[in-house]
Design a protein around this ligand. Structure first.
Ligand code: AHG
Ligand code: MN
Ligand code: MN
Length: 337
């Protein structure tokens, strides 16, 4: 008796879910397929980073004023060329590029979708072998098909996302994404080079025990954040310390752990980043869409991240996301102040 083929690959899953969208003509399917291809190429490079001398700075600095690690550039170029090759994407906004990148060949100009991305999230962790990631967000274009993508295509509120996801290059490589009908997680099986369905319907616990924040900035936090941290550190009636602090310094890794276990991630205003550090378009919106689809929340502390109308491609906002009860709690502390 032939052993049944138990795994569901990313492509099988995307095609199966496509059947749920009567209007879907396979365009988004092809786009997501190419995200998977780019993720496998970057995984190979990440796994060998220490060997093929792609560590260390390229000596230049990106639009954010940060040293660009070689892997940042490699990941950026890999996702850009894979999206161009898909023929379903007419342009990209990337953390690594000041302005939008438009794909001007005939096929791409006719495409229906645009992508915003953080090609390599957590770059400060590249050299020390700590998990890093890629974050992506897909929208239907506003500009007319057949023309070049325009900046307005990328300044849509997060609520308009067609799909969003991240890849985490950790002890294993995982791809987690949503198209607005729940969140699915896939783990790369390098022996067959396929992303295999490992977390079919991710729901984040309403409450958790983990709070993630860079307490090095404590003295500059808003008072409400300081009060929430103290609340997390108080001994409760059973004289137990209910919370634990975990901070990796890669948004994707901190968020992914909290998503599965329950927890809250906070990057508030600090002296160095007076409007917050994380970028609305290619970090907070995609992560926020996933958080909401998994039953969690994402807020600036004042309003839901997905309702914001972006002002510019690299706009930064204060970011609170994760388990619903925990985000509601920190909002209470913020509103009291
Ligand atoms: P990126 O490497 O894409 O610039 O993102 C880094 C971000 C995010 O991944 C992480 O949560 C945050 O920066 C960490 O910032 P601090 O080092 O200031 O805590
Ligand atoms: Mn990032
Ligand atoms: Mn980045």
């Amino acid at each position: 008796m032939i052993k049944s083929y138990k795994i569901t690959t990313l492509n099988e899953y995307i095609i199966r879910r496509q059947a749920e969208y009567p209007y879907a003509k396979g365009e988004l399917t092809r786009l997501l397929y190419n995200v998977g291809v780019a993720a496998k190429i970057v995984t190979k490079k990440v796994n060998k980073a220490g060997l093929v001398d792609i560590l260390g700075n390229m000596g230049n600095v990106n639009v954010q004023g940060e040293d660009v690690m070689k892997l940042d550039v490699f990941a950026n170029e890999t996702f850009i060329s894979s999206m161009r090759a898909s023929g379903e994407c007419c342009g990209i906004a990337s953390e690594e590029n000041q302005g939008i990148i438009t794909f001007d060949d005939g096929l791409s100009r006719d495409a229906n979708y645009i992508m915003s991305m953080d090609p390599l999230d957590g770059s400060s962790n590249i050299d020390v072998n700590v998990s890093i990631g890629t974050i992506f967000s897909i929208y239907r274009r506003l500009s007319s098909r057949g023309s070049k993508a325009e900046e307005k295509d990328f300044l849509q509120p997060g609520r308009k996302q067609v799909a969003a996801g991240y890849i985490i290059y950790g002890s294993s490589t995982m791809l987690v994404y949503t198209t607005g009908n729940g969140v699915a997680g896939f783990t790369l099986d390098p022996s067959i080079g396929e992303f295999c369905l490992s977390n079919p319907d991710i729901k984040t616990p309403a409450a958790g025990k983990i709070y993630s924040i860079n307490e090095g900035n404590y003295i500059h936090f808003p008072q409400g954040v300081k009060n929430y941290i103290k609340y997390c550190q108080e001994i409760d009636s059973q004289s137990k310390r209910p919370y634990t602090s975990r901070y990796i310094g890669s948004l994707v890794a901190d968020f992914h752990r909290n998503l599965l276990k329950g927890g809250i991630f906070i990057y508030p205003q600090t002296r160095k980043s007076p409007t917050g550090k994380l970028r609305l378009i290619y970090e907070c919106n995609p992560i926020g869409f996933i958080a909401e689809q998994a039953g969690g929340m994402a807020t600036t502390g004042e309003q839901n991240v997905l309702d914001l109308v972006p002002g510019d491609l690299h706009q930064r906002i204060p970011f609170y996301t994760g388990s619903k009860n925990m985000v509601e709690k920190v909002k209470e502390f913020l509103e009291k102040e």
